[in-house]
Design a protein around this ligand. Structure first.
Ligand code: DOR
Ligand code: ZN
Length: 345
């Protein structure tokens, strides 16, 4: 196939940050996506409807002139989340969803939830309001191997949570294992998952080829090949329970290339191109539109984009770095040939 046309996709999981980084990265997502679900793990985190409304304003101010792009905001749940503010923010259209970060699981999660059972009144109110819960699905403990965190979260936290809240809609964000894909499938349509490009493209070996490669380090960490294959089957298999969520997570180059580097892959500049590579390799380009543009909107309950975009087979080279003020970020595929390109761009 030399070109493919589909509705403009939606990225159901992005990190835009704030300040100079926000100004730089929003344009890369807005170029390819009609909407995005914006993560709330700023410093300090976005924990109230007022903070989310202000952040939405800063995101919209960073969208280039003439580009139509809708940011959809999320609330960072804490032990002190006020259910009235949360549900009110959802009812007034500020919050599309709320995000559960177990405390210390990942970047800026220090304010995360320490007692998930303690959140039950909030989760009950969300279920009643039809507001989706987005989970960072890792159980983090000194005694739990980093490669087992997702499976342990499913058994220890997520399965009981779903049993306690039978009507709550839950997205398991960035699943990385066969266990994650199978669990989502086993729980029916009120449970869904996003899948990132890096977890479809690579297994954990890429972190160590020829030396340590910090730009492939993200959380949850890349897993074994058998898990990558299970994710490819899930994404391309036609089930409406899986949808596109890049988890594009920019960090300044010097903070990635460091003795203790930050977690996150900055995929926004090549996001659709990266997914198309996977779907083409799996002979599943006909399943791409559902994954990228239909399943997410159907789960959240908003209309898919009416705009159609065409990508063509045309080689180009991804930039080595993208400037952010005096600093830079390194994108996915840096310096590599990319096979697909947005027509007219
Ligand atoms: O790799 C990651 N980066 N995983 C996350 O969960 C958070 C994200 C970030 O914000 O940098
Ligand atoms: Zn994320």
């Amino acid at each position: 196939m030399q070109s493919i046309t589909f509705r403009k996709p939606v990225d159901l999981h992005v990190h835009f940050r704030d300040g100079a980084m926000l100004e730089t990265v929003v344009a890369h997502t807005a170029r390819q996506f009609a909407r995005a679900i914006v993560m709330p793990n700023l410093v300090p985190p976005v924990t109230t409807a007022a903070a989310a409304e202000a952040y939405r304003g800063r995101v919209l101010a960073a969208v280039p002139e003439g580009v139509a792009f809708t940011p959809m905001m999320t609330c960072y749940l804490t032990d002190d989340t006020d259910p009235a503010d949360l549900i009110g923010g959802h009812a007034s259209g500020i919050f599309a969803a709320a995000k559960l970060y177990p405390a210390h699981a990942t970047t800026n999660s220090a304010h995360g939830v320490t007692s998930i059972e303690g959140l039950d009144p909030v989760l009950a109110a969300m279920a009643e309001a039809g507001m989706p819960l987005l989970v960072h699905g890792e159980l983090v403990h000194d005694d739990i191997d980093i490669f087992d965190r997702e499976a342990r979260f499913i058994d220890g936290v997520l399965a009981p949570l779903l049993d306690r809240h039978p009507a709550l809609k839950v997205v398991m964000e960035h699943i990385t294992t066969r266990d994650g894909a199978q669990f989502v499938a086993s729980r029916g349509g009120r449970v869904a998952a996003t899948i990132t490009p890096q977890h479809l493209l690579y297994d954990r070996n890429v972190l160590f080829v020829g030396g340590i490669r910090p730009h492939y380090y993200c959380l949850p960490i890349l897993k074994r090949r058998e898990h990558q294959e299970a994710l490819r089957a899930a994404a391309t298999g036609g089930s409406a329970q899986y949808f596109l969520g890049t988890d594009t997570a920019p960090h300044m180059q010097h903070l990635k290339e460091a003795a203790c580097g930050c977690a996150g892959v900055f995929s926004a500049p090549v996001a659709i191109e990266a997914y198309l590579k996977v779907f083409e390799e799996e002979n599943a380009l006909d399943a791409f539109e559902a994954f990228a543009a239909l399943n997410g909107p159907a789960f959240y309950g908003f209309e898919p984009s009416q705009v159609r975009v065409t990508y063509e087979k045309r080689a180009w080279t991804a930039p080595q770095t993208i400037a952010v003020g005096e600093d830079a970020v390194v994108p996915l595929f840096a310096g590599e040939t990319v096979d697909w390109a947005l027509k007219g761009a």
